[in-house]
Design a protein around this ligand. Structure first.
Ligand SMILES: NC(=O)c1ccc[n+]([C@@H]2O[C@H](COP(=O)([O-])OP(=O)(O)OC[C@H]3O[C@@H](n4cnc5c(N)ncnc54)[C@H](OP(=O)(O)O)[C@@H]3O)[C@@H](O)[C@H]2O)c1
Length: 217
């Protein structure tokens, strides 16, 4: 299928390449067409990889990945354009990290709201599915990257049940996530976004970003 990846950072790059490997055609979006990182990514990923603006990528994709910086996510989606986003699944990987006071970052929205909800409220006609935001991007596209024999648990949050099932079937399962918990509506993204302070401190304490969280029942 045609997929729009909004974001030119390491997440957009890694997700975009993994999507091409799954056989999809992918357009990477940026604030500006001809972004240096997007051009390099497209050149490295063959005929099914292209680049353009956020609006180009949103209009190209039947499914979209939001891989933009948390503080810029809403602006990026406004640049993408509500008409281009309408009725599409938006897999939201962004985190509301606030680095303004240095490390470790805090969250600019939490407890009673989340970035996933802010996006869903701003664009009621998109189907936001929050997932993958709790692991490093190399683990996102390869659950076995953290531990081949003891993969972690992935969560999905979103108001549309069918969209969550599509995301699990088309992306999470091929990337090796065999233990997925549907937490419920988009308000449950508060929980997974608030795992980031634990993620950051685990990374700080161990020096290893290639880990995942596991729910043991
Ligand atoms: N790094 C990881 O492994 C990891 C893991 C889990 C979740 N995440 C989350 O994934 C997202 C992407 O992370 P990243 O490290 O790949 O990249 P990033 O540096 O956080 O974000 C890069 C993208 O954000 C866009 N952007 C930045 N400021 C913007 C603004 N004010 N308005 C509109 N767009 C803006 C950039 O646009 P241009 O292309 O125009 O520069 C670029 O496409 C973040 O929300 C991060 O918290 C990252």
């Amino acid at each position: 299928m045609n997929i729009g990846v909004l974001g030119t950072g390491m997440v957009g790059n890694t997700i975009g390449s993994a999507l091409v490997k799954l056989g999809h055609s992918v357009k990477m979006g940026s604030r500006t067409k001809g972004n240096e990182k997007a051009i390099a990514w497209a050149a490295a990923n063959g005929a099914n990889a292209s680049e353009g603006t956020f609006a180009d990528a949103a209009s190209f994709g039947t499914v979209l990945f939001n891989c933009t910086k948390g503080e810029g996510a809403l602006d990026a989606l406004h640049l993408a354009g509500a008409e281009n986003l309408k009725d599409k699944i938006l897999i939201d990987i962004s985190n509301p990290l606030d680095f303004s006071k240095g490390m470790p970052p805090s969250l600019f929205v939490c407890n009673t709201d989340s970035l996933g909800e802010q996006i869903q409220r701003a664009f009621p006609q998109i189907k936001v599915v929050k997932t993958l935001n709790i692991v490093n991007c190399e683990v996102m596209v390869n659950a076995a990257r953290s531990s081949a024999n003891d993969r972690g648990t992935m969560f999905v949050s979103g108001d549309d049940a069918a969209s969550k099932q599509t995301v699990i079937r088309d992306f999470l399962t091929p990337w090796g996530w065999d233990d997925v918990i549907d937490l419920g509506d988009i308000t449950t993204a508060r929980g997974t976004e608030m795992m980031l302070p634990v993620w950051v401190r685990t990374w700080g304490a161990t020096g290893n970003g290639h880990f995942s969280f596991k729910i043991v029942r």
